[in-house]
Write a protein that binds this ligand. Structure first.
Ligand code: ADP
Ligand code: ASP
Ligand code: MG
Length: 465
């Protein structure tokens, strides 16, 4: 069995849906299971409509919902020339539109959107496209059936520390194996899942890639293909570095590090289930299907490059706890982490100066202020006693990361990186190196991030094959 996941742009409009269907059709003999994201822009539009409802902007809410409705209606009318079939598809979607109406009315009345409501609101995009695509496959001669992943992927119900119940999920995925054996292509919603009690949840923004590997590992697929809008995993984000090059092969560990440090082409959790079952992942371009793409597997490809890719994450805040009185005092780092954990703040990067005079953390923009407040409360006593001088924050920073298995044991990578940035006046605010030596990451001002990425890409000649 082969898992084929199509991202938002790959089902974003009728022409793309045609291409995606053709790709599935040509893989028919490999018994594909299809996973879909919502049509491009739909998840954002849904969540914006939710925000508008919370803020009482009913007009904006309705405009967004109208936009979503017409996008799908247009797709249905263009895909199904036979009126009877178009009406049939509309009939299948009717309960979903009705449910949406109710949910948004509810949010408007309550003027609040809990995590659960947000997940339910976000779920509609995938739930709408899947029946359309499945029915379209039938019209091109591929027997297919829509499957709601809430019946397959089961998670714990703690939105902050959500865990997939892989045993239960595997059991439920046998249904896909049966369908596939009977010659039907299952077309499954990405992104969404459910608690054991049937509460709708999502796996996080951009997580349909993760849905694909959860399902792929559950059915022990021979390969998991991620179909997107670029030729493969590249040496940098092509939107930042136009000369970025497609990598033929990437190891699981490299892919995991890159996605953690901002390579949007893969959701950060994508690799985990595939590693467990040793299933190769292939990144392919829906708009250029003949191109071989990138193969991600357990093999560490031999290459002459030490650094393979440079990535960045923006929209972050650097939080620091500083004070000479912290030297040699045990437990300070522990208290910092306990405080952030209690506040459900996720820490992306951490460093402690060897002089123990400061501890720095990088957190998401939305977590910056709450983290500072919580840390000031936690260290109030030390601040009063002058053992801690200050808890401060710098907003609008970015993490830049260099990743590559070949970096291990190669001296001078950091020196070269810091020289290049220093010469160009890019100030480095914090540095960390993973103990695996697979990555070197550092923090710069957000406004310097694109230039830093470009400079490093040039300095390590990543664009050269
Ligand atoms: P999809 O909707 O198919 O999931 P995404 O937009 O989530 O697609 O991911 C694909 C995008 O990721 C590309 O269009 C590209 O701009 C971006 N990207 C960022 N870093 C990289 C990288 N290192 N290699 C390839 N693409 C990258
Ligand atoms: N549609 C979801 C999102 O926009 C999931 C995905 O695209 O992977 O976050
Ligand atoms: Mg994506």
């Amino acid at each position: 069995m082969l898992v084929m996941k199509f991202g938002g742009t790959s089902v974003g409009a009728v022409e793309q849906i045609h291409s995606a269907a053709k790709i599935v059709e040509s893989a028919r003999n490999s018994r594909p299971i299809v996973i879909l994201s919502a049509m491009a822009g739909v998840t954002d539009a849904l969540l914006n409509a939710g925000e508008a409802a919370v803020q009482g902007r009913t007009r904006d809410r309705d405009d967004k919902l109208w936009e979503i409705r017409s996008k799908h209606d247009r797709a249905i009318n263009d895909l199904f020339k036979e009126r009877r079939v178009a009406a049939e598809v509309q009939e299948v979607l009717r309960p979903i539109w009705e449910e949406m109406q109710k949910v948004f009315t509810g949010v408007s009345l309550l003027r609040e959107m809990s995590t659960r409501s947000r997940d339910l609101i976000g779920s509609f995009g995938e739930r709408l496209i899947v029946p359309i695509f499945a029915r379209y496959l039938k019209t091109v001669g591929v027997e297919a059936e829509a499957v709601d992943a809430r019946d397959l992927i089961i998670t714990s119900d703690d939105a902050d520390f959500m865990l997939v119940d892989f045993d239960e999920t595997r059991k439920r995925c046998t249904r896909l194996q049966k369908m596939s054996k009977a010659g039907t292509v299952p077309v499954v919603t990405g992104f969404i899942c459910s608690t054991p009690d049937g509460v709708t949840m999502t796996l996080g923004r951009g997580s349909s890639d993760y849905s694909a590997t959860i399902i792929g590992s559950s059915v022990k697929a021979v390969e998991i293909q991620i179909w997107t809008d670029v030729d493969g995993v590249m040496t940098a984000d092509p939107r930042i570095v136009p000369s970025a090059r497609v990598l033929e092969r990437v190891s699981y560990r490299e892919a995991a590090e890159m996605s953690y440090f901002g390579a949007k082409v893969l959701h950060p959790k994508t690799i985990i289930p595939a590693v467990d079952e040793n299933i190769p992942i292939r990144i392919k371009n829906t708009f250029n299907p003949g191109f071989p793409g990138t193969l991600i597997s357990s093999d560490t490809p031999v290459h002459q490059y030490s650094v393979k890719t440079v990535t960045s994450i923006t929209g972050l805040t650097l939080v620091s706890v500083e004070g000479r009185g912290m030297i040699g005092v045990p437990g300070v780092a522990g208290r910092v982490f306990t405080t952030t954990a209690d506040g459900r703040v996720s820490v992306l990067m951490f460093s402690q100066g060897s002089s123990e005079q400061h501890i720095s953390l990088v957190v998401g923009r939305q977590d910056g202020e709450p983290a500072v407040k919580a840390l000031r409360r936690e260290f109030q006593h030390e601040i009063e006693k002058r053992r801690v001088d200050r808890v401060s924050s710098v907003p609008e920073v970015a993490i830049i990361a260099l990743v590559g298995e070949g970096m291990k044991g190669v001296p001078g990578v950091a020196a070269r990186a810091f020289n290049v940035l220093g010469e160009s006046g890019v100030n480095i605010m914090m540095i960390a190196q993973g103990s695996s030596e697979l990555n070197l990451s550092f923090v710069v001002k957000q406004k310097d991030a694109p230039r830093a990425v470009q400079l490093l890409h040039d300095a390590f000649e990543l664009g050269r094959a």
